[in-house]
Design a protein around this ligand. Structure first.
Ligand SMILES: Nc1nc2c(ncn2[C@@H]2O[C@H](COP(=O)(O)OP(=O)(O)OP(=O)(O)O)[C@@H](O)[C@H]2O)c(=O)[nH]1
Ligand SMILES: [Zn+2]
Length: 197
């Protein structure tokens, strides 16, 4: 595993030649002229893009929250509007949106940027939106041991917009609720109202 700050998918880099060959073959099989100027470098570009958009395989998302601070703030902390881009595991088509994370620390707070890094680590791979949502909540619970966590994710799935059912603009909303948020309706309401602002 490489460090959690700047990472690319090393397996893609190791297999670069084979991946490029396969992409070239797919281009040929869909009826393209693989030797035309605009496409000559496309297999290499796509492979470099895979190193980036599939970088999540390179990191254990738990390591991202390795840096924490002891702090007695046992009140709501929210980081909202964390933009993510992921790839749906059914079609390998992009989906993207925002993640909102709220938690009540229990003696341990995370660096704020680490929550955004956690989103990166969980989304930069083949995913479904539900799993992104619950993985973020579960990893927060496991590593920070807070009183509770609530995560909301919205997503626009290109596999539903540009193909198939073709419903551009439709948004999928998912939430995960853990610990004190489960029992406390007022806390959930406070989180939701601050996320909406
Ligand atoms: N639950 C969930 N479903 C997703 C997500 N991303 C894509 N899908 C769905 O995965 C399903 C795959 O369905 P299939 O019937 O196997 O594939 P398909 O024939 O291409 O389906 P259509 O998209 O309806 O044309 C579709 O309904 C997609 O909308 C996600 O993040 N969560
Ligand atoms: Zn899809």
């Amino acid at each position: 595993m490489s460090g959690v700050k700047d990472y690319r998918n090393e397996l893609v880099a190791q297999n670069r030649e084979q991946i490029e060959q396969h992409i070239r073959e797919i281009l040929r099989l869909i009826g393209e002229d693989v030797d035309r100027e605009g496409l000559i470098d496309t297999p290499a570009r796509v492979t470099r893009m895979y190193e980036e958009i599939f970088a999540g395989y390179q990191v254990d998302p738990r390591d991202v929250l390795g840096v924490t601070f002891d702090e007695q703030h046992e009140e709501l902390v929210i980081v909202k509007d964390i933009v993510y881009y992921s790839q749906c595991e059914h079609h390998m088509a992009p989906f993207f949106g925002n993640v909102h994370i709220g938690y009540i620390p229990s003696g341990k707070i995370a660096g704020l940027s680490k929550l955004a890094r956690l989103v990166e680590a969980v989304t930069r791979k083949l995913q479904v939106q539900e799993r992104i949502t619950s993985e973020i909540a579960d990893i927060m619970m496991e590593t920070l041991q807070p009183h509770g966590v609530m995560v909301i994710v919205d997503g626009q799935h290109l596999c539903m917009c540009s193909r198939g059912v073709k419903k551009p603009g439709s948004k999928t909303m998912t939430s995960a609720v853990r610990g004190s948020f489960l029992k406390d309706a007022a806390l959930r309401a406070e989180f939701l109202s601050l996320v909406k602002e």
